[in-house]
Design a protein around this ligand. Structure first.
Ligand code: GLA
Length: 389
């Protein structure tokens, strides 16, 4: 759907649902990581792309301090008081809107209530940050309603805090940073310690393709927290041996090898994956800059092998999808994306062969697993912003 059609479609739905015209429009994209799994909460690096699948919100202010929220993707109305506190917690997707409202209020930022309608083009709960895009869009909306500016890195940190403290998912900064600070035409080489980034352009004739396994995944489940705990356990031991270590970011592969015998073997494997993955982020940025397709393919293959064997975030559906990707025409690389445990993967494909790639990957994966996957070519898109009214 074109932007103007989407706008007309939402405007009509807003009138029907709320009986008036929307006055504020915001959008925020999802993201896919090209390299750097589980490095963000280790203060490491990620090569991330904000994508042209996103969440839009249309809204109109209210005078009673309430937010009434509906989505065009999921049925039902959710309502909460901006100053209502945790006892009025909403359920489902609206928690991402409410959590941001709460964190902004904790910061002393004032804004009126509103009626709001969400329309999203991201598959939900499949590792493309549909929730972070909703948080980012909500933060921008509340800033516009309140007439205050939110500096982008601060906005990303507040959205992460909303997810950590209110929603209760201990995610890193990757998703929110990508959704707010993403750039069209380039990946970002994100430094998760300093919260800065450099541009890392992807060659024009290399097409990112999202390959959704449609295997169910649950990020707030224990597996994600358990991976984080392994990294923290590793840091505790290594910090006692190596001066100046506060995160895996500070540890070299040689140092990890030196103290490997002091670590629980599972912890050692997980730490090793994170250190190698950080190195691969820089390696992939260089390979993309040089358009070295052999290196791009090899780095992504190593990343997937590490995700499967060391970090243990792969599931059979991901292995089947990788096999389908690597057998398809035009493929340059394939690897996991997001937290893993199912969800989406990312292939880089020769642009002129994308249609054949999509047909072949969908067919082989469906044949192997009995599940019809979602295979979508995407473009990098600019981070969250206002749409003119
Ligand atoms: C999820 C989290 C991110 C990041 C990735 C793994 O998407 O929300 O913070 O940890 O997993 O890289």
């Amino acid at each position: 759907m074109q932007s103007d059609e989407r706008r007309a479609f939402m405007r009509e739905a807003f009138r029907t649902r709320f009986g008036r015209e929307p006055e504020y429009w915001v959008r925020a994209p999802g993201r896919v990581d090209a390299m750097g799994s589980h490095t963000d909460y280790n203060e490491g690096f990620v090569l991330t792309l904000s994508i042209d699948r996103d969440s839009w919100i249309a809204a109109a202010p209210r005078t009673d301090g309430r937010v009434c929220a509906e989505s065009m993707n999921v049925a039902g109305r959710h309502a909460f008081e901006i100053d209502g506190g945790v006892e009025t917690r909403v359920s489902g997707w609206a928690i991402y809107v409410q959590s941001v409202a709460q964190v902004l209020r904790q910061e002393g930022l004032a804004f009126p209530g509103c009626d709001l309608l969400v329309h999203g083009t991201l598959p939900l709960a499949s590792g493309l940050s549909s929730s972070a895009s909703l948080e980012a869009a909500a933060a921008l909306l509340f800033a516009s309603l309140g007439g205050f500016a939110l500096e982008p890195v601060r906005a990303a940190k507040l959205c992460q805090r909303a997810e950590n403290e209110v929603v209760g998912v201990q995610c890193g900064i990757l998703d929110q940073y990508s959704s707010i600070l993403g750039e069209a035409g380039s990946a970002l080489l994100l430094d998760c310690r300093h919260l800065t980034h450099a541009y890392a352009p992807i060659p024009d004739d290399l097409q990112p393709v999202i390959c959704d396994t449609r295997a169910p995944r649950e990020l707030s489940g224990s597996a994600y927290g358990e991976r984080r705990a392994s990294c923290e356990a590793g840091v505790r031991v290594l910090a006692g041996r190596i001066p100046g270590v506060t995160a895996l970011r500070d540890v070299t592969s040689a140092q990890l090898a030196e103290y490997a015998s002091e670590l629980d073997p599972t912890v050692e494997r997980r730490c090793r994956f994170v250190l190698e993955e950080n190195e691969r982020v820089h390696g992939l940025a260089r390979a993309l800059a040089a358009d070295d397709r052999g290196a791009i393919g090899a780095l992504c293959a190593q990343s997937f092998a590490g995700a499967r064997d060391l970090y243990e975030i792969s599931v059979p559906a991901m292995e089947a999808m990788l096999e389908a990707i690597l057998a398809a025409p035009g493929v340059v690389s394939g690897r996991q994306a997001g937290a893993g445990f199912g969800g989406c993967m990312l292939a880089l494909v020769e642009a002129q062969r994308v249609d054949d790639f999509v047909a072949s990957t969908a067919d082989s994966y469906a044949h192997a697993t009995g599940t019809v996957p979602g295979i979508h070519a995407v473009r990098s898109a600019v981070g969250a912003g206002l749409l003119s009214a």
